[in-house]
Design a protein around this ligand. Sequence first.
Ligand SMILES: Cc1ncc(COP(=O)(O)O)c(C=O)c1O
Length: 483
Amino acid sequence: MALKNTSFQLLSEIATNGNHGENSSYFDGWKAYESDPYHPTENPQGVIQMGLAENPLSLDLIQEWILKNPKGSICTPEGVKWFKYIANFQDYHGLPEFRNGLANYMSKVRGGRVRFDPDRIVMGGGTTGANELIMFCLANGGDAFLVPSPYYPAFARDLCWRTKARLIPVECYSINNFMVTREALEEAYNKAIDANINVKGLIITNPSNPLGTTMDKETLKSIVGFINEKNIHLVCDEIYAGTVFRGPRFVSVSEVMQELEHCNKDLIHIVYSLSKDLGIPGLRVGIVYSYNDEVVNQGRKMSSFGLVSTQTQFFVAALLSDDEFVERFLAESARRLAARYNHFTKELEKVNITCLPSNAGLFFWMNLRGLLKEKTFEGEMMLWHVIINEVKLNVSPGSAFNCSEPGWYRVCFANMDDETVEVALKRIRAFVGKETGKPVELKRWKSNLRLSFSSRRFDENVMSPHMLSPHSPMPHSPLVRAT
Ligand SMILES: Cc1ncc(COP(=O)(O)O)c(C=O)c1O
């Protein structure tokens, strides 16, 4: 023990300050899963992982494409002639084909309503690296970014741990479906100013993790107006842009900027990756797209610490330059996400569990306030312990997302196969029946919802695909993963 302490003391302040944010219930849930992972035959009573925002639902389509396009890999007879060039190429601008392909793809995901300049793309190691890179470009230690709550728990690590910047929550509430209001922004900003904190910017996640909702145009316009007025930066994490599976459609900040007459583009930066849309977080394709020339210049130099490997760039360039594939993939992926979401939430409704209506992402925001023994965050944690230890489901409690109200839980719905979904639903039904003894009063969402679910493209009767088992022989260490 003494030895351990001594070796700890030999490390840097950053390495030992504990600000990586992994001491939270969000990661504890993963640890619980890892010590007792569900397996249909080997461990049928184990914990089901519903805390991981992964999207393997359409990976079969990419696999199919790989088989049909051996030239896209340098490790095949058809592609090996590129090996020497690719293995030797290391330039922080990245392959032009990669940046062109990505710019083109980003435009497609945004309905072709905006164009992206490949020269503004700066590589990061996934969105994790890209988020840290943009913070290093914009904030000094001690500076703050506002962030609407609830928000992605690993922001504490990605945005603050090594940069020493800090986050100030903008409190949002269920009364208006957690929409960001101008009043809430002003309140958070003024609080920071009163406390002598230098506010450098605002970071939003659109579509939202954990809510699974998209921001409407008016809200985005109001946000852009706010940051312009205060002369602070706006970072838009649009990592879930391609996971929108029903209406309303996704509106990117890039689209809103085009429509605003007075908008200082130097203040706006998008962070993006293929981790969620294509379900390939392992390839670490993440980027910063900045409208600010200096950020592009300086960020590119910093990106030396988190480049995307050239082999991956080569593959992604080939994949994304296949327009027909990209269009088919996006449509099919949305259809499969919608089918899974509809099935899950409809089954929960049958046991009177409601969720915030959502239209994007790989998760939904489940309302269990009716099951709390006391309506406090302690009550939320008590229920969470029962869910994880007795029901054996790793869902994530709202407090891990800095939610302002107790009783909300994030449920990831895309990272498991159809059979596991049924096991999870069976456990939930049994639990709710036992807890309540009678049906919980069904709370219908009011008609003034900002989301209008008009799209008929995503028919809920569509069968979701049968997937390969997600049980990997390799342990998923929470110390290295964060989704
Ligand atoms: C909002 C948000 N930003 C960033 C990330 C990190 O993504 P990546 O795997 O591209 O690093 C995640 C992962 O869940 C996320 O939800």
